[in-house]
Ligand binder design. Structure first.
Ligand code: FAD
Ligand code: NAG
Ligand code: NAG
Ligand code: NAG
Ligand code: NAG
Ligand code: NAG
Ligand code: NAG
Ligand code: NAG
Ligand code: NAG
Length: 541
């Protein structure tokens, strides 16, 4: 990849920013003119700018709206830019500042609160879907992946080059690496290799001055911040260099369902006691939801134990008999496959499809995701939840058609990495995290209020059972209920309400990095890292 930044002189940019502009045009037109006239911009800029009058505008906007709660809400959107190269991003950043527009950067569009494509002020979307090149270096076990690529594309490309290399990141193929890696990124290799963000070794970011910076140029503090602190507060990430990890040629997967009548509660109770202490090659997630039981002719709660083991079934069965015999795992529940097979399997569990019919190419289909209107939340569990606590949870699940809990085990490598290594602070002592999701189809405010109230009630109910002081949350499961910034200046103390939940004691350092790299807080949103005022800088140390 060839970058254009070095061609620019600082003086040229300054001269350009203050050059004469015709006063009669409105902001949007001025902004577009600014892009077209940007010094040394590559010609193709005219092919990547979409305004409302363009017939493709709506389809480009809707293409990566993964949560219909935010359909039809982008009325403040002025322009969508879909860059092909770095100069397009640099021009968008400089021209947005010049014309008082904010920027929302979108990679996969999975943000649970729509922050990559909704804003309450006039703004521009930089949608990175044209930047999704992936270059795998098998010899050195690394890869460069552009921010607009998604997990399916990354996993597929790795598997085409090697059967014994993988990467530890999330499950759903359409999740973008731009948001996912910058917020952490966990999946079934987490207990052995940590998060996606733990395995990033270089990156390119474009900062508020339009400079393209690699790890060396950005410095270790900013490089630290974008591995778990979210990219959106600091600039636009162009690509990541990642360290690939070894995976065995044979892995084993299973998805075993147990209803309450089949002792689901007791099995989960035992699961909580062992799951973070098991061999770090095994990852057993539990998905819990309400189902109609044909056998029992009534509604019940079902727990699906969804697992990936980095080894063969011969080794897995005794491991399970020793540690979680209550599950009664049988050889016929298990499938031996390749690592990419396990990726297909996990994605199919998420989509509810039959993975045995699927070719790895389905991972490249950007339209394969579960649609709906969604609200999510998260929690961290440090001590096992007692049986009556679990039973109260089940009672709440009966109240809505489509509420789901996903319990994901920690331990292993996650226990070894220090809380300050990267901004993601949820490490040693965590047994598992909970991802709460409610999905609905009815449109309108009344339905939305009903389901939002339900998940808030659930969250309140869980308070005594989960982490506290602060009650921790996972940034990639974005939740604006836990606190938002003002759209002007937000003090460090105000932002700490949500910031300490996501980042613990790393929040302070994130604010310091932010103050250094974006002192005027151009890159901001409802939960962006705040800048420190002079007083805060002195008084809070
Ligand atoms: C269906 C589904 C499944 C999921 N599964 C998992 C999972 O298995 N594991 C897990 O850890 N998480 C999971 N998540 C959460 C997911 O990791 C986050 O939503 C993640 O932030 C999505 O990244 P994105 O690029 O798709 O989203 P986007 O909405 O595009 O971006 C999310 C945030 O990052 C910012 N951003 C995006 N790209 C850039 C960039 N290039 N530079 C700077 N800032 C950028 C955006 O502005 C926004 O603030 C899942 C979410 C969904 C909806
Ligand atoms: C544009 O780029 C060329 C090299 O490609 C360089 O010679 C020229 O000085 C640049 N012009 C400006 C205004 O930066
Ligand atoms: C829409 O915008 C794209 C990108 O700028 C451009 O290539 C295309 O010609 C435009 N289409 C119309 C109908 O204006
Ligand atoms: C958004 O608008 C479209 C077209 O007007 C409509 O069909 C759709 O139902 C709306 N979606 C929501 C979630 O309101
Ligand atoms: C591996 O890395 C070395 C050192 O950076 C480099 O010289 C070599 O070309 C790389 N190998 C490949 C296949 O790119
Ligand atoms: C549930 O547990 C009880 C007591 O441990 C046991 O007797 C019973 O067989 C289990 N039921 C199922 C379906 O596994
Ligand atoms: C999934 O597909 C395989 C192969 O076509 C088939 O044998 C199996 O019965 C299917 N399973 C389900 C649950 O439909
Ligand atoms: C991609 O997935 C969607 C949704 O499942 C499907 O309708 C479409 O046919 C798929 N496209 C291809 C090329 O397979
Ligand atoms: C805090 O203040 C010190 C001393 O004035 C200054 O050097 C430093 O850059 C400031 N840090 C931030 C993050 O503003």
């Amino acid at each position: 990849m060839k970058y254009l930044s070095s061609y620019f002189t600082f003086a040229t940019i300054i001269a350009f920013l203050f050059s004469f502009e015709p006063p009669s045009l409105d902001t949007r037109e001025k902004f577009v003119q600014c892009l077209y006239n940007y010094p040394n911009i590559s010609n193709s800029i005219s092919n990547v700018v979409y305004t409302q009058t363009n017939s493709s505008y709506s389809s480009i906007l809707d293409m990566s709206i993964r949560n219909y709660r935010f359909s039809n809400l982008s009325s403040k959107l002025q322009v969508i830019v879909t860059p092909f190269d770095v100069s397009h991003i640099q021009a968008t950043i400089m021209c947005s500042q010049r014309h008082g527009l904010q920027i929302r950067t979108r990679s996969g569009g999975h943000d649970y609160e729509g922050l990559s494509y909704v804003a309450q002020v006039p703004f521009v979307i930089i949608d990175l879907f044209n930047l999704r090149q992936i270059t795998v270096d098998v010899e050195n076990q690394t890869a460069w992946v552009q921010a607009g690529a998604n997990l399916g594309e990354l996993y597929y490309t790795i598997s085409q080059k090697s059967k014994i290399l993988g990467f530890p990141a999330g499950v759903c193929a359409t999740v973008g690496v731009g948001g996912h890696f910058s917020g952490g990124g966990y999946g079934s290799l987490m207990r052995k290799y940590g998060l996606a963000a733990d395995n990033i070794i270089d990156a390119h970011i474009i900062d508020v001055n339009g400079n393209l910076l690699d790890r060396e140029a950005m410095g270790e503090d900013l490089f630290w911040a974008i591995r778990g602190g979210g990219g959106a507060s600091f600039g636009v990430i162009v690509d990541w260099k990642i360290k690939l990890v070894p995976v065995p040629s044979t892995v084993t997967v299973f998805n075993v369902a147990r209803t309450l009548e089949e002792n689901a509660t007791e099995i989960i109770q035992k699961w909580q006691l062992v799951v973070n202490k098991l061999d770090e090659r095994i990852f057993i997630r539990v998905d819990v939801k309400k189902v109609n039981s044909v056998e029992h002719g009534k509604q019940t709660i079902q727990a699906n134990f969804v697992s990936m083991f980095q080894g063969g079934v011969e080794e897995l069965i005794p491991l399970m008999q020793k540690n979680l015999p209550e599950l009664g795992l049988d050889r016929k529940d298990c499938t031996e496959t390749s690592w990419i097979g396990s990726v297909l399997f996990a994605n199919a569990v998420y989509l509810g499809t039959n993975y045995t019919n699927e070719a790895p190419e389905v991972l490249l289909n950007r339209s394969r995701y579960r649609d709906g209107i969604v609200k999510a939340k998260s929690d961290y569990v440090r001590k096992p939840i007692p049986i009556d606590g679990l039973q109260g949870l089940w009672r709440l699940l009966y109240e809505v058609p489509d509420g789901e809990l996903e319990l994901a085990p920690y331990g292993g490598r996650m226990d070894e990495i220090s809380e300050t290594e990267i901004p993601f602070s949820h490490r040693s002592g965590i047994i598992y995290h909970i991802h709460y999701v409610v999905v609905w189809e009815e449109e309108g405010d009344e339905a939305a209020e009903r389901y939002m109230n339900w998940i808030r009630k659930l969250y309140k109910y869980m308070e005594p059972y989960v982490s506290n002081s602060p009650r921790a949350a996972y940034m990639n499961y974005r939740d604006l209920d836990i606190g938002v910034n003002n759209n002007g200046y937000t003090s460090y103390d105000q932002a700490s309400i949500w910031g300490l939940k996501y980042f613990g004691n790393n929040f302070r350092k994130l604010a310091e990095v932010k103050t250094k790299v974006d002192p005027h807080n151009f890159f901001r949103n409802e939960q962006s890292i705040p800048t420190l005022s002079d007083e805060e800088n002195v008084s809070n140390i």
